[in-house]
Design a protein around this ligand. Structure first.
Ligand SMILES: Nc1ncnc2c1ncn2[C@@H]1O[C@H](COP(=O)(O)OP(=O)(O)O)[C@@H](O)[C@H]1O
Ligand SMILES: [Mg+2]
Length: 403
């Protein structure tokens, strides 16, 4: 059923230029896919354009980016497709009046869809895409005119929320604590001391997202940003055995980027949108969010700079979650405050910046043996309650005496 560890380790060892490691077979098919359309294609009659604009565009020739249009309809989540009448998911080169060079700059910086541009600020586009402020403002206005960006009826929002995908944690107790699992379109923080199971939960979420639907998974892609060098494909394989899921298939859907410093960590996020679209990614993991920031900006003097950078990063993550309907999960270490007399003596790193940016925060602590206690410390829809789960060879499970 499963192949040998050796064979599988070999298959995930190929690293592409963005820093993501992908299976060799996949990297070959990817590079084939990534080739811009052959010249024969450009000669074809111009593609049918969506009714985006009436302005006489300067006959934008079929650009290499148009291949994104071709993959988008296939990759779109079905739920969103049937309801959305706006053009959120249309590629940026369809912004009325945009030139190919600017479209190229936007795409290279990760602004692939109209929604991504519509939700951006001019300063941010100037900084990331090397374009002028006026151009940035014009682009944002044009994108916003195509994308529904105003108020939405709460009834409509409820319907959207009911259709949100939830990723199971492997433990029924933990799922019910999280009202069904980890939500897409939001940023979830998992914090706790060393060995409390943060990384193990990430591994479990990888399997639950990547394995086939018939086995209870989402059959979707995962991006795993590994800042501590703790990603272990062998553990993924072990967890796959629990569900009789073919490990090779699951591993091929997980795209691992090893981040060696905070800048690299940030670049990987900017590179993500393309992979998200191509591989139908539903889960983006950052394990861990703060380790590099903490190491690089040690001491009180650099605290402000660290917090500013972390703030920017968290905003990027949150927007990525919302614009591309992805569950972003970030692990975080804790800091102990020995001077605290009552209650918790450890706190997640990053202070208010992290606290305010994350949609849901889960705090883990050790219990007896393999037991761990999870508490939701901040969520817009879940009360502050606790539950117990266990870490086993098969991943995250309910404690034996709980059923
Ligand atoms: N194969 C395994 N079988 C059972 N438990 C494991 C296995 N691998 C790791 N663990 C347990 O997971 C815990 C470490 O969790 P981890 O998620 O790596 O911690 P952290 O919170 O530091 O990321 C340890 O207590 C270890 O015993
Ligand atoms: Mg860890």
């Amino acid at each position: 059923m499963t192949k040998s560890n050796h064979e599988l380790k070999k298959s995930i060892s190929c690293i592409d230029k963005s820093g993501y490691s992908i299976s060799k077979r996949e990297s070959e098919t990817m590079s084939k896919k990534e080739e811009p359309p052959k010249t024969t294609k450009t000669k074809k009659t111009p593609q049918k354009k969506p009714p985006v604009s009436k302005t006489p565009e300067k006959k934008v020739k079929k650009e290499p980016e148009d291949w994104i249009e071709e993959i988008l309809p296939k990759q779109r989540p079905k739920v969103a497709q049937k309801e959305d009448k706006d053009l959120s998911d249309v590629a940026v080169n369809r912004i009325p009046g945009i030139g190919p060079a600017v479209a190229d700059k936007l795409m290279s910086a990760g602004y692939i869809t109209l929604a991504a541009v519509a939700h951006a600020s001019p300063i941010e586009l100037v900084e990331h895409c090397e374009i002028g402020e006026q151009t940035a403002k014009r682009l944002i206005t044009a994108a916003r005119s195509q994308v529904g960006i105003g108020f939405r009826n709460a009834k409509e929002l409820l319907k959207v929320r009911k259709e949100l995908v939830k990723i199971s944690t492997g433990s029924k107790a933990l799922d019910s604590l999280l009202a069904g699992g980890i939500e897409t379109s939001s940023l979830t923080e998992i914090s706790g001391e060393f060995r409390t199971g943060k990384t193990q939960i990430c591994f479990q979420l990888c399997v639950m997202t990547a394995m086939d639907k018939k086995l209870g998974g989402l059959e979707s892609g995962v991006i795993y940003v590994d800042t501590e060098g703790t990603f272990r494909p062998e553990r993924i394989m072990q967890i796959c055995e629990r569900f009789d899921a073919p490990a090779e298939e699951v591993l091929s859907r997980i795209h691992v980027g090893r981040a060696y410093n905070s800048d690299h960590q940030m670049v990987l996020v900017l590179e993500s949108p393309k992979l998200i679209r191509e591989k139908n990614v539903k889960l983006l993991i950052i394990d861990s969010l703060t380790s590099h920031f903490r190491a690089e900006y040690a001491g009180r003097g650099s605290l402000l700079e660290r917090q500013q950078k972390l703030n920017k990063y968290l905003h990027q993550l949150l927007r990525l979650a919302e614009v591309y309907d992805v569950a972003v999960v970030a692990t975080n270490q804790v800091l102990s405050k020995p001077d605290v007399l009552y209650g918790e003596t450890t706190f997640p790193i990053g202070g208010h910046i992290v606290a305010h940016s994350c949609t849901t925060r889960i705090f883990l602590r050790k219990g007896k043996g393999d037991k761990r206690i999870a508490r939701v410390i901040d969520s817009p829809h879940i009360p502050e309650i606790e539950t117990v789960f266990s870490i086993s060879a098969e991943g995250i499970i309910d404690p034996e005496d709980s059923t």
